[in-house]
Structures are given as C-alpha cells and as structure tokens.
Design a protein around this ligand. Structure first.
Ligand code: ADP
Ligand code: ADP
Length: 225
C-alpha cells in the first residue's frame, strides 16, 4: 500500500520559476524513503507541498489515502514534518512548543506524550528552557519532537543532518530506525549525502530540475550508479 501517492505534481512560483515539472511518486507504506537530488532540484518544494506549507500549481497528492484537496484535515493529520529552517518561537520552551503543537492538531490532553517525546529526542534537560537559548542541535531535536506530537503515520525530514555533528546525526538516525521498525512509521527524508541514503533508506527517488529521474530500491539504484 502507498503512504504517499503523487500524480502529475507541478509547482511554478510567482515570478515564474518552475520548481516541479510533473512529478509522479509513490512511497510504499512502512518504508524509509529517500529523496535525493542536487541543490535547487525541487526537494524542499515537494516536501513543503506535502506539509501544506506551499500550494501546488497542479496535480494530485494523497497522504495515507487522503486526497489533500478533498480531505485536507485528514491528510494533514497523517503527516508530520521536520523542516529545514530552525524557526522557533524564541520565548517558547520545548514543553510549551509541544503543548501548542498538540493543541493545533487537536490531540486530547489525556493522549499527549510531551515528556516521552522530549526524552526520546534527548531534550528532557531543556524542557523548560526558552528556545532562544537552545543551540542549533537542540532546535533540531525540538523540531523533530514537534513533528511527532500527533503520532503521524508518515514522518518527513528535510535535510535532517545537513551541517549536524556526529552525535546528533546518530541520534536522528537511531530515532528514524526506531520509529520505522517499532511503530511502523513511514519515513521520508531528503538528503544530498549518498552514504546517508545508502545507510538509511529502503528505496530512493532521484529528483533533478523538478523532475523524477529515477526510483528504485537502494540496492538496485546505488548498485547502478
Ligand atoms: P510565493 O509567494 O511566490 O510563493 P515568496 O513570497 O516565498 O513566494 O517569495 C517571493 C519571491 O521571492 C519569489 O517570487 C522569488 O522571486 C523570491 N524567492 C523566495 N524564496 C526563494 C528561493 N528559495 N529561491 C529563489 N527565489 C526565492
Ligand atoms: P531543493 O530543496 O532541492 O534544493 P527547492 O525546492 O528549494 O530545491 O528549490 C527548487 C527551485 O525553486 C530552485 O530553483 C529555487 O530557487 C526555487 N524556489 C524555491 N522556493 C522558491 C520561492 N519561494 N520562490 C521562488 N522560487 C523558489
């Protein structure tokens, strides 16, 4: 079954830049799926469309079987996104940020698991610290935590390890593996590190100039490169 199904997806930004030129993409449920491609290929645009942050120009996007246009609430509830930008409200603590996020997604109080999530990403010690005092690494941990508060079926990570130190990279990889293996969460990540894709992903799609140029199992694809 498909976690994500994309048909004929295009995006032209105001100003005329064609960032996506007709992408067809199916992400198998339960997989760790890599989106690879050089800078400017359209990876972030694609992910921001999945996240509902960028409005597509045309095409069809299904998330966990929910059409993004016809069932926007259900499709949004099915996905969590860890963005690339480290934007956080400077005067929110991690605990506040998770509460607000849970509220935005309508997670009932009794089902909120802020402490467990903070523990998982290694932020327990910083649970009460203002975001403005957190390092880049701590902010990334918090962004991952925020993406998980509504227990999405699909987790998307945009360049999670770009410019990240070894310790944080390992924490991220370990979390990704655990969420995938223990909870069956489908994971989509973008990266331009080939070795990271090889290590982490079951299947890979390569995007270039707004088009998909290849998609296959990691073994087949990287065997061929
Ligand atoms: P839009 O409202 O068209 O989606 P934004 O408000 O994000 O775009 O940006 C306005 C303009 O700034 C764009 O039309 C573009 O020219 C420029 N711009 C913003 N972000 C980028 C980017 N990442 N790469 C190139 N140009 C950008
Ligand atoms: P990637 O994530 O693969 O580096 P992006 O999706 O960020 O690629 O960008 C794809 C293309 O769209 C690039 O040419 C980029 O400059 C352009 N772009 C991205 N965001 C905007 C925007 N808001 N306005 C105009 N152009 C943009």
């Amino acid at each position: 079954d498909a976690a994500i199904r994309i048909d004929g997806l295009t995006k032209t930004y105001a100003g005329g830049k064609q960032a996506l030129k007709g992408i067809d993409l199916t992400v198998p449920a339960g997989s760790v799926f890599g989106l690879l491609g050089p800078n400017g290929a359209g990876k972030s645009t694609l992910i921001n469309i999945l996240a509902g942050l960028v409005i597509k120009t045309s095409g069809k996007v299904d998330i966990w079987g929910w059409d993004q246009d016809r069932n926007p609430r259900q499709s949004r509830a099915s996905i969590g996104v860890m963005p690339q930008e480290l934007n956080l409200d400077p005067f929110f603590t991690p605990r506040d940020a998770l509460e607000v996020q849970a509220g935005l997604y309508g997670v009932p109080k009794a089902q909120r698991r802020s402490d467990e999530i903070l523990e998982m990403v290694g932020l327990t010690d910083k649970a009460g610290a203002y975001a403005r005092t957190l390092s880049g690494g701590m902010r990334r941990r918090l962004l991952l935590a925020k993406a998980l508060v509504h227990s999405p079926q699909v987790l998307v990570l945009d360049e999670p390890t770009a410019g990240v130190d070894i310790e944080l990279r390992q924490m991220l990889w370990q979390n990704v593996r655990r969420l995938n293996k223990d909870r069956g969460m489908t994971i989509i990540l973008t990266t331009h590190y080939l070795e990271e894709a090889e290590e982490m992903c079951d299947e890979i799609a390569i995007i270039n100039h707004g088009q998909k140029v290849a998609q296959d199992s990691t073994v087949n694809l990287l065997g061929r490169l």
